[in-house]
Ligand binder design. Structure first.
Ligand SMILES: C[S@@+](CC[C@H](N)C(=O)[O-])C[C@H]1O[C@@H](n2cnc3c(N)ncnc32)[C@H](O)[C@@H]1O
Length: 216
């Protein structure tokens, strides 16, 4: 494994800046409202924003009084999250530069938006996250499924599309991950409904995103 603490960063600075610009501008207040409707008041709650990127949701949860841990592999995003929170006069309580798979601690809420596919093993990761939740803790996940088409979909060469469809099929039928395949809706249902949790709610939208709400 590459070591982020030794300076390795998979996200180039220019890409991180562009992603931050677009994603701060398109921050979803409806998503935040939905998280709060699911969890209740976030004031004083311990929240893990896992794969937090530039930290736009870490900042919003902190504004609501949550004690947020920003956790991501990228130092470029870490610097952006620090800059943006300082600009907005918001304190993100903790920063962890590490692989998502190494998530640890105990939280009231784990929030993970569009980065599930970077984990090493879906099942092991799901169980790790469940283990990081307090009793009655909640997980709010947004993942892309097989129907997702990025804005650059038409520019992707056909061979690359076939290759990623093949790896997605391998993941769907065997659970083995090669690269970062989007899980199929069927696999998502099987994986999350198989967890030992009080409740699991799954909804798929028309754009290829799935929202999963889990209560431990
Ligand atoms: C598409 S971005 C999503 C960022 C943020 N959650 C959001 O909603 O905008 C994916 C994030 O996953 C992070 N990431 C990729 N692989 C990772 C890993 N193995 N461990 C932790 N974070 C990772 C990237 O650095 C990036 O911040």
């Amino acid at each position: 494994m590459h070591k982020p603490e030794k300076g390795w960063d998979p996200v180039p600075s220019a890409y991180a800046k562009k992603y931050a610009e677009v994603n701060y501008a398109s921050l979803s207040h409806a998503l935040i409202a939905d998280v709060v409707a699911f969890t209740g008041d976030l004031n004083g709650q311990h929240v893990l924003d896992l794969g937090a990127g530039p930290g736009q949701y870490s900042i919003e949860f902190s504004k609501l009084g949550a004690v947020v841990t920003w956790h991501d592999i990228s130092r470029n995003y870490l610097n952006i999250a620090k800059e943006k929170s300082a600009e907005q006069n918001v304190v993100i309580a903790h920063y962890k530069l590490d692989y998502m798979d190494n998530a640890s601690g105990q939280y009231d809420l784990i929030f993970n938006r569009v980065c599930w596919f970077y984990c090493i093993s879906d099942r092991r990761f799901a169980e790790t996250l469940l283990g990081c939740l307090r009793e009655n803790g909640k997980m709010y996940l947004v993942v892309h499924n097989e129907d997702f088409r990025g804005s650059d979909y038409n520019d992707i060469p056909t061979l690359t599309k076939w290759r990623s469809q093949f790896f997605a099929a391998v993941n769907n039928y065997t659970g083995i991950k090669i690269g970062h395949p989007h899980m199929s809706k069927a696999r998502i249902e099987k994986l999350f409904r198989g967890l030992k949790a009080k409740s699991v709610e799954i909804s798929h939208d028309l754009e290829g995103s799935t929202t999963i709400k889990i209560c431990k």
